[in-house]
Design a protein around this ligand. Sequence first.
Ligand code: GLU
Length: 446
Amino acid sequence: MTAKVRFAPSPTGRLHVGNIRTGLINWLFASGQGGVFVLRIDDTDRERSTKDYEDGIEADLTWLGMTWGERYNQSARFAIYDAAVERLKAAGRLYPCYETPEELDLRRKVQLSRGLPPIYDRAGLKLTDEDRARLEAEGRKPHWRFRLEGKRVTWEDLARGHSEVDTASMSDPVLIREDGGYLYTLPSVVDDIEIGITHVIRGEDHVTNTGAQIEIFEALGAVPPAFAHTTLLVGADGLGLSKRIGSLSMLELREQGYEPLAVVSHLARIGTSDPLEPAASIEALAGDFAFGKMAHRAARWDPEDLAKVNAAILHAMPYVEAKQRLAAIDADLGEAFWLAIRQNLTMFRDVVGWAAVVSGAVTPALSDEDRPVVEAALDLLPATVDETTWSAWTGAVKERTGAKGRGLFMPLRRALTGMDHGPDMAAILPLIGRDKAARRLAGETA
Ligand code: GLU
């Protein structure tokens, strides 16, 4: 049986790190076994869903390399849901209720004050035809609830192991609102059946839903798919994600300049037994994926770890891969330049600063103690410079001034680059070139 999974975001906002992680786990699971990743746009809420958000979801998935094999919009499938509704009504599993939200709220308060669980009392089930006619004559419109069997629903969860939900402790879920609009619960099950979803992979916040949804699968005569409910993301401190990070969107990460491979590598590996390092590709991550590795660790979203993964990708990036992007930001100064500076990058755009050090104007930042070394260095600078110059030249400066270690190298670095950290000077010196180097050593802005 070919695995078929779905990622089902609602286009009511941009994707954030939490829902991308769910999407990614689906993608990795399907790709790892040659299965199908379905993108399902859950846009039954016509008021809050927008085409812009839908386009944003596609753009984010594409940016991350998460291709989809099939794609659906729930808003185009109402006829299929209507047919399922008829079947549930005919089977006596869907019943109309007429309470207003205020009435329901009041009932819950009364139940709680009596120490009872605040579960819907199924008053709707007891209504006679005359009751209903009277309520509708008052102008009330029904919402429709699914009659749960009230039993222990169990499943072997791929992520959390044996799981169970007691549907006797739940209110019958509302499937259709007063205005005829569908809530998420039923369309999701109907689509999972119609589209042939074999595995429903989603966050732990859906565990209770799963109890009710398994009953709906059964009521529609379908065998429920396998389920996996993954732990939710936590922040770097191990506590819940802060609002800020919890709602951090892919768009923001993209604008901050992260490499898509860093984002997927980080999201795929947090909370697993795999090391937090970049993968060669998203396909390679799929090859490594297993629910068993995710077991029971918290998945920590840590921007510092993400930055490390991002840096590691840049440190190993070959010039051919960087070339076009360098050109696009006017920083393509050749392969030797890229190889000299890539080790100093955390984000790709940091390259601009190093390009300026090589081809822009630098004002040497020198202290008084730096001067004797810098003056000797200017005096000893050979007529031409290449990659071999640095060691012989600094050896000569050392001999003349007696300076060594930091006392020798820092003044030269500060004079030549205007900074006190940076790439290997032996590689940078020939890129700066003899003339600029001489002028900077002389204290000029060059
Ligand atoms: N649209 C639902 C959500 O974003 C989908 C949940 C599911 O995967 O079933 O919560």
